[in-house]
Design a protein around this ligand. Structure first.
Ligand code: 26Q
Length: 818
């Protein structure tokens, strides 16, 4: 009876209504007439889940039979965004659900608005992981996404007196209908303690680790549906729990606070996402998080996913663990420990296996972002892993000696253990030594990785290094976020583009079709109106519909140069204020910022303050006649991105060349018909290559030019002294004009710019203003502008994460097989 496929409810409006009412009545325990919006959201989500369930079970069943190689994506972050819309789209139930809700008298928009997005990531790296698992499901590649179920995701940003204030993101407060806890699949993870050697039955000397304490990792499963292909993969996020709620002896003594301390301690491990995304702090809890989730994941795959009697010599045939940056790299010594200590493998045999089971993706170039763990800390928390790392390093350095005899400097440089300023493990080196492949995330980045970050490793193993340019999922960021543009595209070239984004090329000829251009502009106007409605309700601000919408949304970082954008804004304002520019000559423009600063990143928080201060003044000064507006909606996240990006005219991608590894927002904007103003950095280089110089506002130094300027000696104040516009702009800020007459309130930012300016905003200012002039001239010609935006969409199909996944398969996961 129960062996066949599970039956989905009928995919009709009737069927949907029935399932929904069942979920409401029997799942949620309310009648429709008594139900709250939250009840309705929960029931609707569970209804969609029901439709996906048969595919999920079927996919799992098929995967177990197939015996193919699985991609184990190891990522400390998944920035998923809302699930309801995505899962309705994947299951092709959008229209049915709309009609069903209407029939029940339910406000679908309000119900959608009820979902709190799981913000389990900081920014680009976490969102990339979410795009990748979407693409793998759509391509029917066996993948398990492994990560952490943080109880609190990225903080909620608010502004108080222009300053960022962080609030905890309690996304689970009302429960999540998308997760399936599996306590029966829990695993144990040990920490601290000591190691000891002993002789086994054959008299061989072996090592074992006796942890001092253990926690329980409970997996929560999330559906990852492919686009209308009957595939549902699994995202498995681990939650830390104490093995027993109370220390019973203490409990019985009546010291209840003390009795529950162990529980609180254990549960802290998955309590909150670290909100830093550049300068890792080397915090013990962070290392606990990292080890916790990879130990759970390896245990889960080896003991619970592989068949019972699987011969681990063949492990590389069945798994490739992709390391999403260095955060999961402790998985390398963990696999060695399992193979050698638990399964009794020889060291060499185990190392031969391990080296084929991992590949490493690097996402940065900033030296301060490379993770290192003090030996003292690592040895205390994971004593056996430290021993294993030492041995890996010893044998690796022998290899180096053999390849480069007598080159002691090289050996010191390449050691996995740094000696200065304190003895510490360089996680990127460990990942590079263990990884079968190492990749950067855009062409330029991969080249700089070889030349500047890991040159010695490249000299030793040139074939290890490769590039995979990032991508974004066209399902969420085009089909779902921009339904109007999607319909226009589908009406023109059919709907094959959703899973084969190169087909957007077929739009190229329509760039010359005035009727198509008109419809394209209509779509942009409608998206702008939709964003206007949202901002009105959300923040009580008005988005001027007749303005050029100029958008800079991304994490707040000095290297991304939000200050350069702000200097442009102030220069426009200062021009009018000083009478240099007649106000009628100002192109009506709204500059929209979205950015969270890491709570401990002081300069970033000062920049947020300055943006808000400038906005308050510029927006209300009658001298501007409303022609310049600066909006900074708080708490930029995936949900807001889905509304902002389709409405944008201009995409700001202005990082200093050589600093932004790739960027992925840049791709989202181009594919939604915004033009880019940008530097030759990250994937901008590839966007420019594809769309052509006539359809991209390029400015600024190349990476080698940046290096040269640094060599010659960069003196930011010289630019201030020599450029009267720059001087007037900075002086206006310095005068306290934006800060109630208090120059002190902006001195940290200005001092930094004038005396240090590590990311050369002042050097870039003149060229940036020139590029903005070109933007305004181009925007004044709507037909030419539309033509360029259409060509951007048509030529950016390359940036589908489906293509990224194809590249990973070809170059890293199954070379020669795929
Ligand atoms: C590490 C240790 C301790 C605490 C936090 C961290 C940490 C967390 C997140 C370090 C880095 C991150 C995130 C980095 C990130 O998002 N990088 C971006 O990755 C994108 C996807 O490849 C690129 O497009 C961006 O260029 C890159 O900045």
């Amino acid at each position: 009876l129960a062996t066949g496929p599970v039956a989905s409810p009928p995919a009709t409006v009737d069927g949907f209504v029935r399932e929904f009412l069942d979920q409401l009545n029997f799942g949620q325990g309310v009648k429709l007439s008594q139900s709250t919006i939250n009840d309705q959201y929960m029931a609707l989500a569970r209804t969609v889940r029901s439709y996906l369930m048969a595919s999920w079970l079927e996919t799992g069943h098929r995967r177990r039979k197939e015996e193919t190689k699985v991609v184990g994506y190891l990522s400390a972050e998944y920035l998923l965004g809302r699930q309801l819309g995505n899962n309705l789209l994947a299951s092709d139930l959008q229209d049915i659900a709309d009609q069903a809700m209407e029939r029940c008298g339910i406000d679908m928009a309000a119900v959608r608005g009820q979902e709190v997005e799981p913000g389990l990531g900081n920014g680009g790296l976490g969102r990339l992981a979410a795009c990748f698992v979407d693409s793998l499901a759509t391509m029917d590649v066996a993948c398990i996404g492994y990560g952490i179920r943080y109880e609190y995701g990225i903080f909620r940003q608010t502004f108080v007196d222009h300053r960022q204030v962080e609030e905890p993101d309690s996304w689970l407060r009302l429960g999540s209908p998308w997760e399936f806890p599996h306590p029966e699949r829990a695993v144990q993870v040990g920490f601290a303690g000591h190691t000891e050697t002993y002789a086994d039955e054959q008299g061989r000397e072996r090592t074992r680790w006796a942890p001092a304490w253990q926690v329980r990792g409970v997996p929560y499963h999330y559906m990852v549906p492919g686009f209308r292909n009957g595939v549902v993969n699994t995202l498995r996020l681990w939650s830390a729990e104490a093995n027993q709620a109370f220390d019973l002896q203490t409990f019985n003594r009546g010291d209840y606070a003390q009795a529950s301390r162990a529980e609180i301690f254990a549960e802290n491990i998955s309590k909150v996402l670290y909100p830093d995304d550049s300068t890792p702090q080397g915090k013990e809890l962070r290392l606990q998080q990292q080890y916790f989730f990879v130990a759970c994941s390896l245990r889960d795959f080896i003991e619970n996913t592989l068949p019972r009697d699987f011969d681990l010599h063949r492990l590389p045939e069945r798994i490739i663990f992709q390391l999403n940056d260095t955060h999961p790299v402790i998985a390398v010594p963990e696999l060695m420990r399992i193979l050698v200590d638990e399964k009794g493998f020889d060291w060499d045999e185990a190392w031969g296996i391990t080296r084929r089971c991992f590949a490493y993706t690097c996402h940065t170039l900033l030296p301060e972002a490379l993770e290192v763990w003090p030996v003292e800390l690592l040895g205390r928390l994971l004593p056996r892993h430290l021993e294993i790392i030492y041995r890996i390093n010893e044998e690796f350095l022998l290899e180096v000696r053999e390849a480069f005899p007598g080159d002691e400097g090289r050996i010191r440089r390449m050691s996995i253990i740094a000696e200065q300023p304190q003895r510490a493990v360089r996680m990127a080196y460990l990942a590079t030594v263990a990884g079968a492949k190492v990749n950067g995330v855009a062409e330029l980045h991969s080249q700089l990785l070889r030349d500047d970050v890991l040159p010695d490793f490249n000299a030793m193993w040139p074939d290890k290094f490769t590039n995979v340019t990032n991508g974004i999922t066209p399902r969420r960021f085009l089909r779902l976020a921009n339904r109007k543009l999607s319909s226009l595209i589908t009406d023109t070239i059919g709907d094959g583009w959703v899973t084969d984004l190169d087909r957007l090329r077929e739009l190229e000829p329509y760039a010359n079709d005035p009727e198509f251009r008109r419809r394209f502009r209509e779509v942009k106007a409608a998206n702008k109106a939709r964003l206007g409605d949202l901002l009105q309700v959300r923040d009580g601000v008005e988005l001027r519909q007749d303005h050029l919408l100029d958008v800079m949304v991304k994490r707040l970082h000095e290297y991304k140069r939000q200050t350069l954008k702000l200097l442009h804004v102030v220069s426009v304002y200062e021009g009018v204020l000083s009478g240099r520019t007649p106000v009628e000559q100002v192109t009506p423009r709204t500059v929209l910022f979205g950015a969270k600063a890491a709570p401990g990143y002081h300069m970033a928080k000062e920049i947020i303050y300055l943006i808000n201060a400038v906005a308050a003044k510029v927006n209300t000064d009658p001298v501007m006649d409303g022609r310049l507006q600066v909006l900074f909606p708080a708490n930029y996240n995936v949900t807001l991105a889905e509304k902002v990006i389709p409405a944008a005219d201009l995409s700001e991608q202005i990082s200093l060349a050589g600093k932004e590894a790739s960027g992925t927002g840049n791709m989202k904007f181009a594919l939604n018909g915004a033009l880019t103003i940008g530097t030759l950095d990250g994937a901008n280089v590839e966007i420019l290559d594809l769309v052509g110089e006539d359809h991209f506002f390029l400015f600024g130094m190349t990476e080698p030019e940046v290096e040269q300027l640094l060599q010659r000696g960069y003196v930011p104040s010289a630019y201030y002294d020599q450029d009267p516009v720059l001087k007037a702009t900075i002086d206006l800020i310095g005068s306290g004009h934006f800060t109630g007459g208090d120059p002190g309130a902006v001195s940290a930012v200005l001092d930094n710019l004038l005396n240090h300016d590590p990311f050369m905003a002042l050097a870039g200012f003149h060229a940036y203003l020139g590029a903005q002039d070109r933007v305004e001239r181009a925007y004044a010609d709507p037909e030419g502008w539309s033509r360029s935006t259409i060509l951007n969409v048509a030529r950016c199909g390359f940036f589908s994460s489906d293509r990224s996944m194809r590249d990973y398969l070809d170059r890293i996961w199954a070379p020669g097989q795929a």
